[in-house]
Design a protein around this ligand. Sequence first.
Ligand code: NAD
Length: 422
Amino acid sequence: MSENLNVFQIAQQQIKDACDKLNCKPEVYDILKQPLRFVEVTVPIKMDDGTTKIVTGYRSQHNDALGYYKGGLRFHPMVTADEAKALSMWMTFKSAVVGLPYGGAKGGVAVDPKELSKRELEQVSRGFVQAIASHIGPEKDIPAPDVNTNPQIMGWMMDEYSKIQGANNFGVVTGKPLSIGGSQGRLTATALGCCIVIREAIEKLGIDFKQARIAIQGFGNAGSNLSTILHDMGAKIVAVTDLHGGLYNPDGFNPYEVVKANETVQPKSEDSAVAKSPATKHITTEELFALDCDVLIPAALENQITGQNAGDVKAKILAEAANGPTTPEADKILNEKGVFILPDILASAGGVTVSYFEWVQNLQNYYWTAEEVNERLEQKMVAAFDNVYQVSQNSSVDMRSAAYMIGIKQLAEAMEARGWLD
Ligand code: NAD
């Protein structure tokens, strides 16, 4: 298996493996191996100094056999067409695994938001929506936040789309501020969903939750909320890293202090509280991956655990809060070592689940309490974990293969029913 596959080829391979395991008709893979629609746009931005900056944006709509397209938008200098395609493919399977009536989409703009003023960032957000407006909508494709995008950006996008349509349209994006149709619980949803499946896996493996030692790569929306929720649930956070550094305390530390200290760090700074907070030892991400711990959580970007470092992993559980953090070669090594993997399409599905709840609330104009949202999230995540675990046990396959098999079955059935096959 080549380690040189890009993320798009990795996503294709994962789908192909599951189609082969299920002996699917060849047309199933032929449809699923690429997005049904891919849009690339060029957006001119008026900068504060009067110059014009040209940025490129993408929206990949993978498959809508099961429902409207749904998936995040990323603002990052490394955003590429292949990345958007791969992430949209994973979204199709994520929604299917949790049982949401959605297809998969993803997109983003190749830009570094840290280099932009607030006004310039708003220009990028509004300009991108103008460019893709005919392809999105509450009954077409519903974007959401991802890496470097947040409720404020979703608010601008909803406002721009509403202006284009000439009417308020809250349901066009999710992850919005509460004052304009956001949902209770959305900010913490990805992390909470991941914590729920970690709790279920810990129970299955017979580990004492209160003694569980947790290491997390990434301290953004997913990683920082994971650290505080798991801390509240009684587990020990022993290590975190971000782009600027990492800290390790074998006896555990209070992540709230790091979250609070991070709030004072300037957005453009090359520093972070993760790199500066008191620690027994300051560590790198490579050291974090090799730590003796119970649960390792990659919560940063793709392709972090590879054929080069997977052999060093000592964790009993790998919980993929990030999308695509493990390469196929690493996946093979980890499975051979007996690491219990909670695959991204299950472990990071909490965000899209509460995005679905947000969209449902927008369509009904009737809003739920945080308790109602979190209770429904709990039900969805536990049911999805049980389903994937059962298939993995019954078919003697790992959790990732089981999750893909569940997705492929639903998609094949829906595509057959629509008359797309034969
Ligand atoms: P974010 O931008 O809020 O945070 C990313 C974090 O990763 C930052 O702390 C950054 O410093 C860190 N990071 C980046 N590169 C790193 C590296 N090489 N080593 C260590 N740390 C590094 O992004 P997020 O929203 O938390 O998303 C993180 C992951 O979770 C992504 O894969 C994203 O697709 C996935 N995800 C997010 C959501 C969501 O609702 N936000 C939902 C599902 C999946």
